[in-house]
Design a protein around this ligand. Structure first.
Ligand code: C2E
Ligand code: MG
Ligand code: MG
Ligand code: MG
Length: 280
């Protein structure tokens, strides 16, 4: 397989060197090896409940310590991982690492908050995803209700029948389910009501200009009201300042995620953050 890759690379190189394609291929080759070389890492971002004043959940966000480029954020490699299928193995690694980190938190005398994990469209269609996820949790003795799986609205809408079926299976096992980047896709409420969803996450693009932008303010207000009406929890993403926080608080949006509280943190900084955290 390595040979074949080498040959493909050679052909691209000799035919016409489209440098973007070439760079893409180099990155892809490095990405293939990154799992075995243990180059991935997870940073955790708190989700704070304004009701309890506690960090109720942590979102796991993958990072790649690239041998030359340094720390890469998902935008640089998730699309390639998705195209090549590498995302499937990476996704299993993420869940395992999250389970291990939950135990490491306990060892540090910290009751682990719920963990939120992102799933891409390809992972969602992965054969045996449900069995594999269930097996990993069992192996680590962690209950699925401690895990919330985040799927974007567009992933869900790609094939709504598959999505309904997958959500039912995951829900039955006890996983919590969240709609990520809510408001950016084209789901109708009529569609969403068929899903066993716990949480709506309002996309950062709507939050960032509140409370000044009239349209965004109206949209966020409507989403929070709707979530409440449907009995869903609602998380505002990308909250960066006091003003946004005050606006969301006044709407009674319970959960806040964003730089205002913290950037995603490496595990080494997480324990200290959680121990020191207080908000009221
Ligand atoms: P997402 O799930 O919507 O994650 C939220 C993103 O917003 C994260 O970017 C986070 O760092 C960023 N963010 C949070 N608060 C703020 C803020 O106050 N201001 C600003 N400007 N940004 C904020 P990140 O870590 O770069 O991740 C980007 C996307 O990559 C994620 O979007 C998610 O879709 C995907 N992703 C991350 N980890 C994984 C993974 O393990 N598996 C899969 N399939 N996708 C992942
Ligand atoms: Mg997410
Ligand atoms: Mg999001
Ligand atoms: Mg996003």
């Amino acid at each position: 397989e390595a040979k074949q890759r080498g040959r493909n690379l050679y052909q691209f190189y000799t035919k016409d060197l489209n440098s973007q394609t070439y760079r893409h291929l180099v990155l892809e080759n490095q990405l293939v090896k990154a799992l075995a070389r243990d180059e991935f890492d997870i940073h955790y971002q708190p989700q704070v409940s304004l009701r309890t004043g506690k960090v109720e959940a942590l979102e796991a966000l993958v990072r790649w310590h690239h041998p030359e480029k340094g720390l890469l954020s998902p935008a640089h490699f998730i699309p390639i991982a998705e195209d090549t299928g590498i995302i499937e193995g990476l996704g299993l690694w993420v869940l395992k690492r999250v389970c291990e980190d939950m135990h490491r938190l306990r060892e540090a005398d910290i009751e682990p908050p719920r963990m939120a994990i992102n799933l891409s469209a390809r992972q969602f269609r992965q054969a045996k995803l449900v069995e594999r996820y269930a097996a990993i949790l069992k192996e680590h003795d962690i209950s699925p209700h401690r895990i919330e799986l985040e799927l974007t609205e567009s992933t869900i809408m790609q094939d709504i029948h598959v999505a309904v079926d997958m959500f039912r299976q995951l829900h039955q096992l006890g996983f919590r389910l969240a709609v990520d980047d809510f408001g950016t896709g084209y789901s109708s409420l009529n569609n969403l009501k068929h899903f066993p969803i716990h949480t709506l996450k309002i996309d950062r693009s709507f939050v960032s200009d509140t409370p000044h932008d009239r349209d965004d303010t109206a949209i966020v207000t409507a989403i929070v009201a709707m979530a409440k009406g449907l009995g869903l929890e609602v998380v505002a993403e990308g909250v960066e300042n006091e003003e946004q926080l005050a606006f969301l608080k006044q709407l009674d949006c319970e959960f806040i995620q964003g730089y205002y509280f913290s950037k995603p943190l490496p595990f080494s900084e997480l324990c200290e953050y959680l121990k020191a955290f207080s908000y009221s």
